[in-house]
Design a protein around this ligand. Structure first.
Ligand code: UD1
Length: 432
């Protein structure tokens, strides 16, 4: 089985270029089929979640032309009102639910398979459904795991979100873009990808104001048009490299970023004793010695992102003293801690809190990625560890990180993707 093999101990050093934001691209790709005109998107990351939504768009009649690795021309004129979004790709990714908002807005009808693995009950998308219903849609679940949303007329509404949800904010915003009248979303998510999707829709002729604050006001329009748009850099990929630099006591310049989006991360790294140098679109992270402890709680943006929780825990596991991490967005996001324990970490999980007693070093081990961000965090642990580690279930990591091992190798890491005993022996021989 394909997996990574890593020899730890090299401080990362050099420059790394960050790709476009996966989570912004998922929303924007879904929104790109809300017009029958052509949309050109640049800075689209080449990761498996994005390939999956592109296949889903093709499967319902959308035309997807690849201009180069990161640039696509999309034309949704072939997507009809009776399109059914259901194939093996759609069910694998959570972001496919954005096609509900986009198709409901455009055609007043959407039939979309629920995100993979979610044996649902309405709860995980209850806020999305609440918003669509407020706009006048009839939303029902149909076997096997389909959401059907339809409306004679979509009408603007005043919607108060009970929880701050990135997905629900983007989804409702898309449908409301083509509703009659004004929609106000209160307690909206403020994440950079909410703002990027709103900017993209505005470039197609939508009228969305307030994205990035907790009140978004959308004046519905009848028609959207084609556009050219470049997706923002990936805040979480950038953060992952920042924490990898810190954990290996390295010196890395992270290029093509928006430093403002990284503020909660830079603040924590500085508290721990890292040096951070920011310029227009770069952040340099320097860690020359063992870092100190800190506490963090995951929160909606601009708070500390839940998608960086495993990475900070890995780093604190190697820092002096006791640190506490509280996960307030998702239950059960500490599954990777058992893997870190195999490497010698001292971390005790109680409910949604991890109490971390920093150790001097981790020791290489065989590790299994439980999900995307935790997988990346285990790679960071392996890069910082003494000896060789093997990281399995890398398909999770490939969902959201473009060329992860290649980028790390360019920073001096010893990491390879291998598939056989022979390749493993070659790697061991090479690293000595
Ligand atoms: C998005 C990101 C994910 C990130 C998360 C939080 C994408 C494709 N994924 O996920 O990487 O970890 O934001 O920043 O962009 N909730 C409900 N009902 C709903 C919707 C959400 O109760 O209808 C709850 C969730 O269970 C969770 C919280 O709200 O506890 C936040 O979830 P949400 O912001 O919706 O996450 P996603 O959009 O799924």
């Amino acid at each position: 089985m394909e997996h990574y093999i890593v020899k730890g101990g090299n401080p990362l050093s050099g420059e790394v270029e960050i790709a476009g934001a996966k989570n912004a691209a998922l929303g924007i790709l879904a929104a790109s089929v809300m017009t029958s005109e052509t949309v050109t998107l640049e800075n689209v990351p080449d990761v498996s979640d994005i390939r999956a939504i592109l296949k889903a768009i093709r499967a319902i009649g959308g035309h997807v032309e690849k201009i180069d690795r990161h640039c696509y021309r999309i034309n949704g004129s072939g997507i009809t009102a009776d399109a059914v979004v259901d194939n093996e790709y759609v069910r694998k990714i959570r972001g496919s639910y954005y096609l509900i908002g986009s198709l409901l807005g455009r055609h007043r009808h959407a039939a979309v398979a629920l995100p993979g693995g979610c044996n649902i009950g309405l709860r995980p998308i209850d806020q999305h459904i609440k918003g669509f219903r407020a706009l006048g849609a009839d939303v029902r679940l149909a076997p096997p795991g389909m959401v059907i949303a339809e409306a004679e007329v979509l009408r603007g509404a005043h919607i108060y979100m009970d929880v701050v949800s990135v997905g629900a904010t983007i989804n409702i915003m898309m449908a409301a873009t083509m509703a009659e009248g004004v929609t106000i979303i209160e307690n909206a998510a403020k994440e950079p990808h909410v703002v990027d999707t709103a900017n993209f829709l505005n470039s197609m002729g939508a009228s969305i104001k307030g994205a990035g604050t907790d009140v978004i006001r959308i004046k519905g329009v009848q028609k959207l048009h084609g556009t050219n748009y470049s997706i923002i850099p990936d805040q979480i990929e950038a953060g992952t490299f920042m924490f990898a630099a810190a954990a290996t006591r390295g010196d890395v310049v992270i290029k093509n970023v928006i430093p403002k989006h990284l503020e909660s991360l830079t603040a924590k790294l500085m508290e721990m004793g890292c040096q951070i140098h920011e310029s227009d679109d770069e952040v340099r992270v320097v860690a020359t010695r063992r870092l100190g402890p800190t506490n963090a709680k995951t929160l909606p943006y601009p708070g500390f992102p839940t998608d960086m929780q495993p990475q900070i825990t890995v780093l604190l596991g190697l820092s002096r003293g006791v640190s506490i991490i509280t996960e307030s967005i998702f239950e059960n996001r500490f599954k990777y801690v058992d893997e870190l324990t195999k490497m010698g970490a001292h971390i005790q999980v109680e409910g949604n809190t991890a109490i971390i007693n920093g150790v001097e070093k981790y020791t290489g081990a065989n590790l299994s990625s439980p999900d995307l961000r935790a997988g990346a965090a285990l790679v960071i642990a392996a890069l910082a560890a003494e000896g060789i580690s093997e990281v399995y279930d890398i398909h999770y990591i490939e969902r959201g990180y473009e060329d992860f091992p290649e980028k790390l190798r360019r920073l001096g890491a010893e990491i390879e993707t291998i598939d056989s005993e022979l390749e493993k022996r070659k790697f061991q021989f090479k690293v000595g």
